[in-house]
Write a protein that binds this ligand. Structure first.
Ligand code: GAL
Length: 929
């Protein structure tokens, strides 16, 4: 080993990113024997995960610079779990920031500088004795992920240095190991030149956050393996070119390969020569049939003694560009994809196998067939899962320098890195190489990605050239050329993010050379994911539209205890940090705890086959008809019973069999609705002209433009009602609400008590020229006591006009609740409802009273929530919502969609907006007996 003196100056030198680091290689696992391989337990590895000694320092000057000496006094050291982030274990500061560099406004820096006063250092120490299985061989250490730069010592000897948080850094320890106890010391720096190119939109952590292990290299060792598998045009003949790289006593050593199918039948058994094998009758690998074959390589030494056994599962497939269309096994592929950050709400990006297994289950349940490993290579297990489950992968290099070229949305690349700067080129190509070498055997990886949002230049072009030279069997992706067309050659496909459907159509109709994908679309921040249909229709019409990747899989938020001692999901800013982008990291189709958001049914639907979708539509149509007819008949059959009217000084009372209503002359509506002795109203119902702004409503400026309706919703007051008594058949009471803050606007709420035992409610808004767009129109009231459960006939789950096709039609039940978006907002709407029954229940769960709302022909939308729109609007976290003991019931005839194109400017598609100059109505009846 070369001895080198470690220098702090490496931290700010982009040309120093690896010192003594071993060459990157495939992620195969070596076993000592075939029996070990069969049991998947290798004696050639020794985990170093667990509790390490630890000291945190705010900057390099304050760090214990000599801690690596064998006799260093560690009495002032605390402890830390490896793997894990430093900031989640009580040291340093958490920070969530999107494009702005973490030090923005605090230190005037330019690449590759760092703020030496604010550059935390974690000093880690562990001790180990080498396991039996590793002794007498070369022993290396593998750090699977260390953020962001690490210096390594072993027994007082400096071993090496490495950057790149998301690929392994490995070093040979053989020459510094000793009998008995060995001491390994790692100095982890949170800031280095790499901080400029790891500017992903995520929580900024540091530390040893992926597993660490020792591994031994027997006297002959399989250092690298590439089972380059392909599929001939006939889709029956598999090709396999095994490439192996041996280390150690290679003279006379041999590698044999046994390739078997899932039944154990051997397709090949023999030496690895470097020639291409032709294998007849293979089953091609794809999402529909993710067939894998089992390869087992056996490494023997000169004497023929087995040194290592290496299992690896591979699939046969052909991924290629055919006439400007990406094809898998000869067929056009459409990515029904999702972007996925590695995330766990307790452990941040230090996720475990169970997190990956859970995510894969969600993928399988919801027809997701592709993933982009935004924005860095993931843990190897995820690739195994994708291989096995037929999930197409865009494997993305750990590169993002967003803040160096885009400033407050504007493209300003004057100091962009890496750009075409020669001093950054090796470093970014090295990142591409580290990913490529590790992941090249994974069948699921179809596309290499050069990184995310780093603008474009010679350096990224060199990454693409690297991928192409190494790997003719895959394509290269990079979105950043969108901002710099001089470097269009970087990407094999036209990739954009959040592009509007109509712009994509323009591109596709221009007879483009490259196919189109959306590396990010459907920005699922808060209550979103409306309008997905527009994108799916593009895929149906244009062969060159090859799908997209929803942004993104999981809300990134962290469980923490707030200032009042409450356990809450914290987001940016909750940890005291600034600069921050607050809840902008909450864009998942699952919440941070892994639970699916209501929008998931829409993903599942649009990502299903067209035939499955058509079958679901037909089922729903029939069920909605099996429901409308029954409802009409039950209404016709209702018996008539006379009404009695009592005219008081402040109220008009209407009584019938089992019910009593008081229409107030001053309160703008009925102040009491008693059915079977149960009072249902807390206050008189009111026009509903506001919904708690969604993240998308705020992001596109709708909430600001249409804020007048917020005041109208909260403050409008009706005058004296108009009463028409036609007792004993019917009584009509009409209230007019001038909608304050929107000049000329008025809502009319008309109540008709019918002798069929029903209160018909009709609300009308006539439309006013120049009035702002409405979020919704209808009627709302709060119940006097909490509703325990709601049963409705209509669409399953939560639905909106631009997000309901994925629902099933039927009868459903739910407990009124607020969807736990990071910031509370509009939620819980049920579009196209025929009937809703609100139930009060006793402590034993028995229904004690119920209120039935029925459509009068046209379906309505409703929600029953524990909070009003105004309460939702005011809360910053779900735990801040007041517990009122009332239920807010909203019945709508019209609602704006939730949108989903992006959350920072693009409005809901036109068809799903409510024009303030048009008329909107809603009509429904409340059954009184
Ligand atoms: C993209 C970016 C993502 C994320 C998203 C907004 O520009 O690639 O990392 O920031 O926008 O949520």
């Amino acid at each position: 080993m070369k001895t080198t003196k470690p220098e702090l100056s490496w931290l700010t030198d982009p040309q120093v990113f690896a010192v003594n680091r071993l060459a990157a290689h495939s992620d195969h696992i070596c076993y000592r024997t075939a029996a070990e391989a069969a049991a998947r337990r290798t004696s050639l590895r020794q985990s170093l995960d667990g509790e390490w000694r630890f000291c945190w320092s705010p900057n390099p000057a304050a760090r214990p610079a000599d801690f690596w000496r064998p006799d260093a006094d560690l009495s002032a050291f605390g402890t830390i779990q490896v793997p894990g982030h430093i900031e989640l274990q009580g040291y340093g500061e958490l920070q969530y920031t999107n494009t702005l560099y973490p030090w923005d406004g605090r230190a005037a820096l330019r690449p590759p500088q760092i703020d030496w006063d604010n550059a935390p250092v974690g000093s880690y120490v562990t001790e180990f004795t080498v396991d039996e299985g590793l002794r007498g061989q070369r022993v290396c250490v593998s750090f699977q992920g260390v953020e962001q730069a690490m210096y390594l010592w072993c027994n007082g000897v400096f071993v090496g240095y490495a950057e790149d948080s998301f690929t392994p850094s490995e070093f040979d320890l053989t020459d510094c190991l000793q009998e008995g106890t060995n001491r390994l010391c790692v100095e982890v720096h949170k800031r280095c030149s790499a901080s400029w190119i790891e500017d992903q939109d995520f929580f900024r952590f540091s530390g040893i956050f992926r597993p660490v292990y020792l591994y031994a290299k027997p006297k002959v060792h399989l250092a690298d393996l590439w089972l380059q598998a392909g599929l001939e045009q006939d889709n029956l003949t598999g090709t396999l070119t095994p490439r192996v790289q041996l280390e150690g006593e290679t003279e006379g050593a041999r590698v044999t390969l046994r390739l078997t199918d899932s039944e154990g039948y051997a397709l090949y058994e023999g030496p690895v020569t470097g020639d291409t094998l032709e294998l007849q009758g293979v089953q091609p690998w794809s999402h529909a049939t993710p067939t894998l074959y089992h390869a087992e390589l056996t490494v023997t030494d000169r004497e023929g003694t087995v040194q290592e056994v290496v299992p690896y599962d591979i699939g046969f497939r052909r991924f290629e560009m055919v006439d400007g269309v990406m094809c898998l096994n000869g067929e056009r592929v459409v990515f029904n994809g999702v972007n996925r950050h590695e995330w766990n709400a307790e452990r941040g990006r230090a996720i475990g196998p169970e997190d990956m297994d859970a995510a894969m289950e969600v993928f399988r349940r919801n027809n997701i067939n592709a993933v982009r490993t935004c924005h860095y290579p993931n843990q190897s297990r995820w690739y195994d899962l994708c291989d096995r489950n037929g999930i197409y992968m865009i494997d993305e290099t750990n590169l993002e320098s967003h803040g160096s070229w885009q400033k407050l949305g504007a493209v300003e690349p004057s100091w962009n890195v890496p750009g075409s700067l020669p001093e950054w080129k090796d470093c970014v190509v090295d990142r591409a190489r580290s990913m490529f070498e590790r992941d090249k055997n994974h069948t699921a990886v179809l596309i290499w990605s050069c990184g995310n949002e780093s603008y474009a230049g010679e350096d990224i072009l060199a990454m693409t050239e690297f991928f192409h030279q190494q790997d003719p069997g895959r394509l290269v992706h990079y979105e950043g050329v969108f901002h710099n067309r001089d470097f269009d050659a970087i990407s094999d496909m036209e990739s954009r993010m959040y592009e509007k459907p109509w712009n994509i159509r323009d591109y596709l109709e221009s007879k483009p050379a490259k196919p189109f994908i959306l590396c990010e679309y459907m920005h699922d921040m808060g209550n979103s994911l409306g309008g997905m249909e527009s994108y799916i229709r593009l895929a149906e019409k244009y062969p060159q539209y090859q799908g997209g990747f929803i942004w993104d899989y999981m809300d990134q938020a962290l469980w923490h205890t707030d200032a009042l001692g409450r356990r809450v999901l914290g987001y940016g800013g909750d940890f005291g940090e600034r600069t921050t982008d607050y809840n902008f990291s909450g864009n998942g189709i699952v919440y941070a705890d892994g639970a699916e958001k209501p929008a998931m049914q829409e993903v599942r639907y649009w990502y299903a086959d067209a035939a499955d979708r058509a079958a679901q539509d037909a089922r729903n149509d029939a069920a909605a008809k099996a429901a409308d007819t029954a409802l009409a008949a039950s209404w016709e059959a209702r018996a008539r019973q006379p009404l009695t009217v009592t005219e008081g000084d402040g109220n008009l009372g209407v009584k019938g069999d089992g019910f009593e209503i008081l229409f107030s002359y001053t309160e703008g509506g009925p102040s009491s609705l008693r059915i079977g002795g149960t009072e249902w109203l807390w206050r008189a119902p009111r026009p509903a002209v506001w919904r708690a702004a969604t993240d998308n409503d705020r992001g596109c400026g709708f909430a600001q433009r249409s804020g007048a309706w917020l005041a109208a919703d909260a403050l409008s007051k009706a005058g004296q009602p108009e009463v028409v008594v036609e007792a004993p058949d019917r009584v009509t009471v009409e209230y007019r609400f001038p909608l304050v803050s929107v000049p000329g606007a008025e809502a009319v709420l008309r109540y008709t008590v019918l002798d069929q035992g029903a209160l018909e409610v009709e609300a009308v808004y006539h439309g006013v020229e120049g009035a702002p767009e409405l979020p919704c129109f209808g009627v709302r009231f709060q119940t006097a006591a909490p509703v325990a459960a709601t049963r409705w006939t209509g669409l399953s789950g939560e639905t909106y006009p631009d997000r309901y096709k994925g629902a099933d039609f039927g009868c459903f039940e739910e407990v009124p609740h607020i969807e736990p978006h990071l910031v509370p907002q509009e939620c819980g709407l049920h579009w196209q409802t025929r009937q809703a029954v609100l139930q009060q229940r006793d402590a034993r769960g028995r229904t004690t009273a119920s209120l039935t709302l029925q459509s009068c022909g046209e379906p309505f939308a409703f929600s029953a929530l524990p909070n009003t729109a105004e309460e939702l609007e005011a809360a910053q976290h779900p735990c801040e919502l007041p517990v009122t003991g009332r239920t807010a019931v909203t019945v709508l005839g019209a609602s704006r969609g939730v949108g989903g194109i992006d959350s920072w400017g693009t409005d809901v598609e036109e068809a799903y907006r409510l024009d303030g100059s048009r008329e909107y109505t809603v009509q429904f009846r409340i059954l009184l007996r």
